[in-house]
Design a protein around this ligand. Structure first.
Ligand code: PLP
Length: 381
């Protein structure tokens, strides 16, 4: 019994039929440039603004607070660099983030350190959670920005961002969250959760790759990352990717309008997969079992090489990951697993399976039928 099971939805997701259908007119006959005066341009402009209104509404923002970007990485870079460089003008040159952020945040923070900023990297506890009181204790007179992700892309843990946001608001510090893994899966209301900036990306929620957005709360000044034309109210230059933006709006609508049912279904699949996988001797779950993204399973399998495991699973038609996709291919242990205190050797035996809307109970049973033999084989080889 051989199947194809895509269980790497935290790395990327396929575009769905309805999203593709929504995009098609903007890849074909509606090719106008939204900055043009004639009707073909205005038609594109209208689609752009309708998409902006719709996306803003799903996260509790105003359309004027949303800027389209080329994805999560650009949004994260813009948030950190744009705010840090602006507030440096007021002498605020300190940032706070955590050790287990996505590399788009971590490497942007390191780039700022090379520009003379100082950065506090907060620890993450063994359950994969950041403690709000530690954020409060790290805030200084010269702190410009706090950046804590909403949900971790490797171990799926969900952070107490509303509490962290409240602390930042009270202390007059700007709060950014990388919500790439959360948008469309967890409820978001930027006003209620005291979020000043939020990054999102299309391809993690069935929209195309290369489209994302940054929410910037009204009244916050951020320096541009990309200079050029007057698109995005002069804040982010470049002819807008209308088809992808329309796709993002359609994908977000589909995800948000079915959030509860999808989460329930995925939690059940996830818990069945965790329960089955933990029957394997020498296996352990990474990250809190409760405060966890619906589709996320992340395990360590003692004595097994993570990369070899992925190759054998691939031969059985299973797409999974070990560490994050961005570090796969390099021999380093995942910085996220190290951050939660997993020893380097054990961290190299990790397996991340992330389930999505297209996965079924049969997929989970298939993974559970294949996994023990794969691990047994690697342990005895
Ligand atoms: C995927 C991801 C990103 C990067 O988004 P891209 O659109 O691929 O650039 C950033 N942060 C998190 C948490 C992610 O999962």
């Amino acid at each position: 019994m051989s199947r194809f099971v895509y269980a790497d939805n935290a790395a990327t997701t396929p575009i769905t039929e309805p999203v593709l259908r929504a995009m098609m007119p903007y890849l074909t006959e509606c090719y106008g440039n939204p900055s043009s005066m004639y009707s073909k341009g205005r038609e594109a402009k209208r689609a752009l603004e309708l998409a902006r209104e719709s996306i803003a509404e799903w996260i509790g923002a105003r359309p004027g607070e949303l800027y389209f970007t080329a994805g999560g990485s650009e949004s994260d870079n813009w948030a950190l660099k744009g705010i840090a460089r602006e507030l440096a003008l007021q002498g605020k040159k300190h940032l706070i983030t955590t050790c287990f952020e996505h590399h788009a945040v971590l490497h942007a923070a390191q780039a700022l350190e090379r520009e003379g900023f100082s950065v506090t990297y907060l620890p993450v506890h063994e359950n994969g959670l950041v403690r709000p009181e530690e954020v409060a204790n790290a805030i200084r007179e010269d702190t410009a920005l706090v950046s804590v992700m909403y949900a971790n892309n490797e171990i799926g843990t969900i952070q107490p961002i509303a509490e962290i946001g409240a602390i930042c608001r009270e202390r007059g510090v700007i709060f950014h969250t990388d919500a790439v893994q959360a948008v469309g899966t967890l409820p978001i209301d930027v006003a209620e959760q005291n979020i000043d900036l939020l990054s999102l990306s299309g391809h993690k929620l069935h929209a195309p790759k290369g489209i994302g957005a940054l929410y910037v709360r009204r009244g916050i000044t951020i320096q541009n990352l990309v200079d050029g034309g007057a698109q995005e109210r002069g804040r982010r230059a470049g002819t807008e990717n209308i088809a992808a933006i329309v796709g993002l709006a359609a994908a977000l609508r589909d995800a948000c309008s079915t959030m509860k049912e999808r989460a329930e279904r995925l939690c059940a699949l996830r818990d069945r997969l965790i329960e089955g996988a933990l029957q394997i001797p020498g296996s352990s779950l990474n990250g809190d079992a409760q405060h966890r993204l619906p589709g996320n399973v992340n395990l360590c399998l003692e004595g097994v090489d993570g990369e070899a495991m992925l190759l054998l699973l691939d031969r059985q038609g299973i797409c999974a990951s070990s560490g994050s996709a961005c570090t796969a291919g390099s021999l380093e242990a995942s910085h996220v697993l190290l951050a939660i205190g997993i020893p380097p050797e054990l961290a190299k035996s990790s397996l991340r399976l992330t389930l999505g809307d297209q996965n079924t109970e049969e997929d989970v049973e298939y993974i559970l039928s294949v996994l023990p033999a794969v691990i047994e084989r690697l342990r005895t080889s």
